[in-house]
Design a protein around this ligand. Structure first.
Ligand code: ADE
Length: 220
C-alpha cells in the first residue's frame, strides 16, 4: 500500500516515520509513504498557498489552484482525474468519522492520497472536485490535518504483517475480528502482587482453557 501525504508541514512527519512499527511496515514492503509539500508546487509568486476567505472572516484558506497544481505535478495530467486512479481523502473535522470499519476499507482500497489542511481550512472546491471523501478523526478541531493523517497511518500500519513484533497483538486487539469487534480483555504483567493489588489467580494458573474463558468473559 502506498500512501501519499500532501501537507504544508512535511517535517511534522519526520519523527513519526522513524518509529519502529512504521519502519518495520516500510521495510517489509507492506507500506510505502511519500510526503509532498503543497508549497513546492505553488503556481503563485512567492510560493503562496492560502488566501483570505471570500465574504470575510478570520484566518486563511488553502487555495484550490495550489492543491490542483500539486496533484497534477505528482500524478501527471489533470488534477480532477487523480481521484479516478486512487482515492483522495481530505482530512477535515467535517468528514466521515475514522473507526474500525473505515480502517478496514482503507486497508483494502490499495494506494491512496491524504490531503492535510491548515489554517482555517480548505477552499470547498478542493473537497467538491479533487477529493473522494473527507475523513475526520473526531469531533474537535485540530490545527491541521497532519496529526489526523498520522493517526490514520498509524492505525493502518500496525495491521501490516511484520509491523508489530507478534502477529497476535493485531489479531487479538480491540475491535478486531479475533475479538468479535469488542474491546480487548485486561492485561497484567509482573509483579503478580503490588501493594496488595493481586493479578487474577486464573491468569497465573497456566490453565489455558480457563485463561481463555476468563479473557472472553472480560472483553469490553
Ligand atoms: N483537521 C482539523 N481537525 C481535524 C479532525 N478532527 N479530523 C481530521 N482532520 C482535521
Amino acid at each position: 500500500m502506498r500512501i501519499d501525504v500532501f501537507t504544508l508541514f512535511p517535517q511534522w512527519f519526520n519523527w513519526f516515520f522513524q518509529q519502529r512499527h512504521l519502519t518495520n511496515a516500510i521495510q517489509s514492503g507492506g507500506l510505502t509513504a511519500r510526503l509532498f509539500n503543497y508549497r513546492d508546487y505553488s503556481p503563485l509568486k512567492h510560493g503562496q498557498v492560502d488566501d483570505t476567505p471570500f465574504g470575510g472572516g478570520a484566518g486563511m484558506v488553502l487555495r484550490v489552484d495550489v492543491v490542483c497544481a500539486a496533484l497534477s505535478a505528482v500524478y501527471g495530467g489533470d488534477c480532477r482525474a487523480v481521484k479516478r486512479k486512487q482515492p483522495v481523502f481530505l482530512l477535515s473535522p467535517r468528514g466521515r468519522r475514522l473507526g474500525s470499519m473505515l480502517l478496514d476499507e482503507l486497508g483494502s482500497c490499495g494506494d491512496f492520497t491524504l490531503l492535510c489542511g491548515r489554517y482555517e481550512g480548505f477552499d470547498q472546491r478542493i473537497s467538491d472536485h479533487l477529493a473522494t471523501e473527507e475523513i475526520s478523526i473526531g469531533d474537535y478541531v485540530l490545527s491541521g490535518g497532519e496529526l489526523a493523517a498520522m493517526v490514520l497511518v498509524d492505525a493502518l500500519a500496525r495491521r501490516i504483517p511484520g509491523a508489530l513484533g507478534a502477529e497476535d497483538s493485531v489479531r487479538l486487539e480491540s475491535f478486531s475480528a479475533g475479538l468479535d469487534g469488542r474491546r480487548e480483555y485486561p492485561q497484567y504483567t509482573k509483579p503478580a502482587n503490588f501493594h496488595g493489588w493481586q493479578v487474577p489467580d486464573v491468569l497465573l494458573s497456566g490453565n489455558h482453557a480457563e485463561i481463555e474463558k476468563w479473557r472472553r468473559k472480560h472483553l469490553g
